[in-house]
Ligand binder design. Structure first.
Ligand SMILES: Cc1ncc(COP(=O)(O)O)c(C=O)c1O
Length: 412
């Protein structure tokens, strides 16, 4: 397999043409959001320049063009995750909205008193709060799978926590803090044996590895466009058709109806019944262009590239005795993000000082307070890679870390 050349890829991303605080930008916050190539920026601009109209609503040329653009994006998304049909693809604003939609439309209908909802302790708040509310409303029980010292969900934990009472499991495919790739196939297998439905939060996985929802057999799979070179404000909810068909609409209004009478209404078929109101066509055009860009380069090559960078970064970080890696220290079942702490220095100070060297990283609780409490930490710093990052970026980050230590009066 030929390797990707991140230096060439970087040229597609106008953001890297600028200096940050007088230095070359080293962008290592891809877990939060990613940058956009010209291909995505221009696709959205092109749509706005010549094809913008309200989709599904009019007979005029621009409305037809907007409808075509929207539907063609759905087909691209379908292929990207290998869903059976575009009826199974619902556009939302982001992963958060997708998860809320499932909790509301599926959960309120099918979760009952005493039923168990199972999450991993590493979930992002977006994959906790909707289930907390649902559990309270339906008098269901919210349970967690806990992690071992390496940050992984042990097989025994999966087997022990999934029981006849489990009705829904919602699990992050890849942890946004630990980088661990959770064994979703194993979880799905055990959950399906007891008839439970499984939601996979793919916010951190779909942008970085090939996902095949049919092979995975997930009942729902959700992710965000802005973490995969696309724009903010467009997200995806995949659901198996037979499940989506049983769900009542999340939002009610225009575009999702069949007939409306004074006192009642009937709803449109999938996917429209779950997409009320004017949709984000510009976002749909953007996510399509982003997926096409990723596929042209190859998800397998991107994954390989990130693995190489992660190994390189882990080696360099592990050689510094004052850095503590939070999460697996090897490449097995882990993605391209690394959380860490530095003895005696607050993660926010690390991120702020690194910024003055042009290095953008994330610090904080990463919207995972239950995980932080479980790990007995308040916060971590995090670097996260994508296809445009280089070993040189890692070197600059390491130099920055050494400078952070100097700021605080530590030796190297
Ligand atoms: C694992 C995970 N789930 C959900 C989300 C929420 O994504 P969004 O803010 O795009 O809805 C994130 C964002 O960082 C995430 O990392």
């Amino acid at each position: 397999m030929t390797r990707i050349n991140p230096e060439i890829i970087k040229k597609d991303f106008p953001i890297f043409n600028q200096d940050i605080h007088g230095r070359k930008l080293v962008y290592l916050d891809n877990g939060a959001t990613t940058q956009k190539p010209l291909q995505v920026i221009e696709a959205m601009a092109g749509y706005n320049k010549i094809a913008h109209g309200n989709p599904h609503r009019g007979a005029h040329k621009l409305s037809v063009e907007a409808t075509k653009a929207y539907n063609s994006s759905k087909e691209t998304v379908r292929k990207f995750i290998n869903a059976k049909s575009t009826e199974e693809i619902i556009f939302t604003r982001n992963t958060t909205e997708s998860l809320n939609l499932i909790a509301y439309s599926y959960g309120r209908e099918f979760i009952n008193e005493g039923d168990e909802i199972l999450l991993a302790i590493s979930e992002h708040h977006s994959n906790i709060l909707p289930w907390q509310r649902l559990a309270k409303e339906r008098k269901a029980i919210l349970k967690y799978m806990y992690l071992n010292a390496e940050g992984r969900i042990p097989l025994d934990e999966i087997k022990n926590k999934i029981s006849e009472k489990t009705k829904l499991v919602s699990v992050g495919h890849m942890s946004n803090v630990l980088g661990t790739i959770h064994p979703v196939e194993e979880i799905i297998h055990h959950a399906h044996r007891v008839g439970a439905v499984v939601v996979v939060d793919g916010a951190q996985s779909a942008p970085h590895m090939k996902v095949d929802v049919q092979e995975m057999d997930a009942d729902f799979f959700v992710f965000s466009g802005h973490k995969m070179l696309g724009p903010m404000g467009i997200g995806v909810l995949y659901g198996k058709k037979e499940i989506l068909e049983k769900m009542s609409p999340f939002l009610l209004g225009g575009d999702m109806i069949e007939y409306v009478y004074e006192q009642e209404a009937t709803f449109a078929p999938l996917p429209y019944r779950l997409e009320a109101g004017t949709q984000n066509v510009e976002g749909a055009v953007g996510i399509k262009a982003a997926m096409e860009y990723l596929e042209k380069i190859g998800l397998d090559k991107i994954e390989e590239h990130e693995k190489e960078l992660t190994q390189y970064a882990l080696d360099r970080m592990l050689s510094l005795p004052y850095i503590d890696i939070i999460g697996p220290k090897d490449l097995e079942m882990r993605g391209g993000l690394i959380s860490f702490t530095i003895d005696g220095i607050h993660p926010h100070d690390i991120a702020t000082i690194l910024d003055s060297y042009g290095v953008a990283i994330r610090a904080g609780h990463h919207c995972t307070q239950p995980l932080m409490r479980f790990l007995d930490l308040h916060a971590t710093s995090r670097i996260s890679f994508y296809l445009y990052n280089t070993k040189d970026d890692v070197d600059q980050f390491i130099e920055g870390v050494k400078n952070v230590r100097k700021w605080f009066g530590y030796g190297s």
